[in-house]
Ligand binder design. Structure first.
Ligand SMILES: Nc1ncnc2c1ncn2[C@@H]1O[C@H](COP(=O)(O)OP(=O)(O)O)[C@@H](O)[C@H]1O
Ligand SMILES: [Mg+2]
Length: 346
């Protein structure tokens, strides 16, 4: 059984300007100890996805239209607020996208980790403080004990990010949702944070949903990757397989633009020509069709289903190293042409 199994998640926001389809039939799984990277340009729905798993979306405004989120034998979307409080933080932790908002400026790091721990476990202040110090040590914060008494502004960006991760992992969750945890950091600190997550995956079998813009980090650290476009997953599979033979034109474009930027750590996904569609007014067909070099007439008429891509066997015959048993999915009517084009270029 997977650690988490997300099925057909569909989320709408009711806005002043009308209904906004933020997530559309999003399905993925994460196994114990595995890292799944969720990539896609700004506004594609990555943060909404992480928040939806824990029912953290604004009530009234956000409507979960369909979906199941199976975790430890229960569908989290059917739990009461009280039941959810026992899951959030304790079993599934979120490192939110904006660390400024996650750490309170007026409390010390120690007070905040102690608070997070005592929310879920019956611990004395002293016991919680011991565990908080241990968590800081585990995430590689030097002089951990003194750091407990520091305020967030007294720490460097890298140390603040570590403190946030310490706060998230101190209650020993089984799944970490890390929303762009390295975006504001320099390359060296980024690598340290990624090594830290890799270590936690080994030592604790921690599963990680890693939300990022950085394809270099995805290539180096993620077992599998899911590519999001306009609220829908357009491609998913083992990272190596997807990078070797992308089957969706959007993935192909992302990889090409990252390669042309020399895999720089700050390589952004925004360099594909054209703009994503207005989420308040999605086209009836494929949301990428307007920017797509492979698009045919049919693409504008119907949404392509999310299925195993065609053409992988031919790619294999051309010598692209692929594991055909690996679970791959793509939402593209033209995936066969995309795979052969990608193979020819590589
Ligand atoms: N609370 C909200 N109310 C209305 N729309 C929202 C809200 N949060 C996010 N959205 C919209 O949902 C879409 C996905 O946003 P988000 O998940 O933050 O994107 P990403 O994290 O991929 O950059 C965007 O169009 C965004 O404007
Ligand atoms: Mg986001």
């Amino acid at each position: 059984m997977s650690l988490i199994d997300v099925r057909h998640l569909r989320v709408r926001f009711d806005t002043e300007r009308g209904p906004l389809q933020a997530l559309e039939h999003v399905s993925f799984r994460i196994e114990r100890g595995e890292m799944l990277a969720l990539v896609g340009e700004s506004g594609s729905g990555k943060s909404v996805c992480a928040q939806a798993l824990l029912s953290l979306l604004p009530r009234g405004r956000a409507v979960v239209e369909t979906g199941e989120v199976w975790f430890e034998g229960r569908n989290l979307l059917t739990l009461s607020e009280r039941e959810l409080r026992a899951v959030r933080g304790a079993r599934i932790a979120l490192v939110p996208q904006d660390p400024g908002a996650a750490l309170h400026p007026l409390f010390t790091i120690g007070e905040q980790i102690v608070e997070a721990l005592r929310l879920h476990q019956e611990l004395s202040r002293e016991e919680a403080r011991e565990l908080a110090a241990a968590a800081l040590v585990e995430v590689g914060v030097p002089a951990a004990r003194e750091r407990l008494d520091a305020y967030p502004h007294e720490l460097s960006g890298g140390l603040r990010q570590r403190a946030l991760i310490a706060m998230a992992i101190a209650p020993r969750p089984q799944l970490l949702l890390a929303d762009e945890p390295t975006t504001a950091l320099d390359v060296t600190v980024q690598a340290q944070i990624m090594e830290l997550l890799a270590e936690l995956r080994r030592t604790r079998e921690l599963g990680v949903l890693f939300i990022t813009h950085d394809l270099g980090l995805v290539a180096n650290y993620a077992d599998r990757v899911a590519v999001m476009y306009a609220g829908a997953l357009v491609e998913s599979g083992p990272t190596r397989e997807v990078f070797r033979a992308p089957a969706h034109p959007y993935t192909l474009g992302l990889l090409a633009s990252a390669a042309s930027l020399g895999q720089r750590a700050d390589a952004r996904l925004e360099s594909i020509a054209g703009m994503p569609p207005d989420p308040l007014n999605l086209p009836p067909g494929c949301a990428f069709a307007a920017r797509c070099a492979f698009a045919q007439e049919a693409c504008a008429r119907a949404r392509p289903p999310f299925l195993p891509p065609m053409g992988l066997r031919q790619a294999l015959e051309r010598g692209v190293e692929l594991n055909l048993a690996a679970e791959r999915r793509v939402a593209c009517f033209e995936s066969e042409r995309v795979v052969s084009r990608a193979g020819a270029d590589s």
